[in-house]
Unconditional design. Structure first.
Length: 442
């Protein structure tokens, strides 16, 4: 899979960082050196890797991270944010003209996947209700026209061709054909070369000048590594591209192109090719790609939720109370309410890798019900009872059970659990005989 090497290396860096607990500035700098190496080995452009690491370091050595309870996670979150922003923040899409047809000009080197992706795009937009027309402007490569006809037939999209005629003329005629036949999307499959050459560039410039495409999409093979940046820059300077389709991401590409292209050209990746089949086209989402590179699944969403929903100060107070053994039912209730803010239990658990997929719906429902029951029982207690559970005698238990729609056994169970928690906290905060205080685990 693409990015495998980069993912493995980054996760090794983060694992080492997590093992350290509290981080010093030197730890972050050391980790960032390793991140930079990992990026370079994945074929990320040298300048891009350097700037990326500088940005992450600047944010990561701030107080916010160093003082945090979970510094390693904060650093991972920053890396994730910066990776996302490197690839363009939000997903960029095709701009459709208000006056159809919209003209999309595909360009790129030979073998990059232009013809295949012309058909993939046609299929993608046909499925969204458009009426595409594929146009064979590659008149030099033997069999290029036939290849387009074959893929066109596969996706059931008409192909406009004029044999070996002048590509500029073909493009112009195709546009008027589209107007006559009601095709609202014209996809020009232009010629490629093994290397960028002046003749090719001039031909593309002429087509651009004559038909004014709304979108010039550069098709780049992600397997070409560092070269992707040069190809993208050259095409962009000569033609002013609007976006990139990065192909063959299903292979074992090291992925550097995905991370460098946008930073170097300022032009977004709009689609990625994920296989040889004509359905294998995906709109590009920088945030999902970043999570994928970090191999984190939705844990990042979880961290983010925890950051926005949970109050760190409150968490510290809670830890203090546990140490002092004054964790009462009010605290238990407020902890449960914090947990609830993060969403249904099933979705919170489902975001944890390893749990997702294995979690049975019934288990999550059961857990949810138990949480509700505990909440109802605590809410049926008086303020005095919550603070001092020892007040709860049998008649109070009966009242609480009736008030919360539960049974006395349920109330008893909760009181027992609370006692066990107290006992556990006592042990953790250093009741050991030799007077050695054991460290709190949080
Ligand atoms: P063109 O010369 O730029 O028109 O490139 P083609 O469309 O002919 O593609 C070149 C080769 O790459 C073909 O064998 C395609 O099947 C293959 N190809 C194109 N896109 C992808 C992709 O996303 N994944 C994989 N694995 N192969 C692809």
């Amino acid at each position: 899979m693409a990015f495998e090497g980069l993912s493995d290396k980054l996760s090794a860096v983060f694992k080492k960082m997590r093992g350290k607990g509290k981080l010093k500035e030197a730890d972050i700098k050391e980790a960032m050196r390793e991140v930079r190496m990992a990026l370079l080995e994945a074929d990320v452009n040298y300048k891009v890797a350097k700037e990326f690491v500088a940005k992450v370091t600047e944010r990561a050595v701030g107080d916010e991270v160093l003082e945090s309870l979970t510094p390693a996670q904060q650093v991972i979150k920053i890396v994730n944010d910066e990776l996302t922003s490197l690839m363009g923040e939000t997903g960029a899409r095709i701009n459709f003209s208000s006056k159809p047809p919209t003209i999309v000009m595909m360009c790129g080197l030979q073998g990059s996947g232009k013809t295949t992706h012309s058909a993939k795009l046609a299929l993608h937009f046909k499925n969204q209700g458009k009426r595409p027309l594929l146009v064979a402007c590659d008149v030099y490569r033997p069999a290029a026209i036939d290849q387009l006809k074959v893929v066109g037939a596969k996706v059931n999209v008409p192909v406009f061709e004029m044999g070996q005629a002048n590509p500029v003329e073909i493009a112009k005629k195709a546009v008027s054909h589209a107007k006559d036949y009601g095709n609202d999307l014209v996809i020009l499959d232009t010629a490629g070369r093994l290397h960028i050459d002046q003749v090719l560039i001039e031909e593309l410039q002429n087509i651009k000048a004559q038909v004014s495409p709304q979108e010039i999409l550069l098709v780049i093979d992600s397997m070409i590594g560092q070269d992707a940046v040069n190809v993208a820059s050259s095409f962009n300077e000569a033609l002013g591209i609007d976006g990139v389709i990065l192909t063959k991401l299903d292979g074992d590409t090291r992925g550097g192109a995905a991370l460098s292209v946008r930073a170097v050209t300022g032009k977004p990746i709009k689609f990625v090719g994920m296989g040889e089949k004509l359905e294998d086209l995906e709109p590009f989402y920088p945030d999902r790609m970043a999570s994928r590179i970090l191999g984190m699944g939705d844990v990042l969403t979880l961290i983010e939720k925890a950051q926005t929903e949970l109050d760190e100060k409150q968490a510290l107070e809670m830890a203090q109370k546990m140490k002092q053994n004054s964790f009462d039912f009010n605290d238990m209730l407020s902890q449960m309410q914090q947990l609830k803010k993060m969403g249904p239990l099933s979705s919170v658990l489902g975001m944890i890798p390893g749990v997702a997929g294995k979690l049975k719906e019934e288990d999550a429902e059961q857990g949810e019900k138990q949480l509700q029951q505990v909440e109802a029982i605590i809410q049926s207690m008086t303020a005095a009872e919550r603070e001092k559970p020892s007040l709860i005698n049998p008649s109070r238990k009966r009242r609480i059970a009736a008030g919360s729609g539960t049974r006395v056994e349920d109330v008893n169970r909760l009181i027992r659990q609370h006692e066990q928690m107290q006992k556990m906290f006592r042990q953790m905060s250093g009741g050991s005989k030799k007077g050695k205080r054991r460290k709190m685990p949080f």
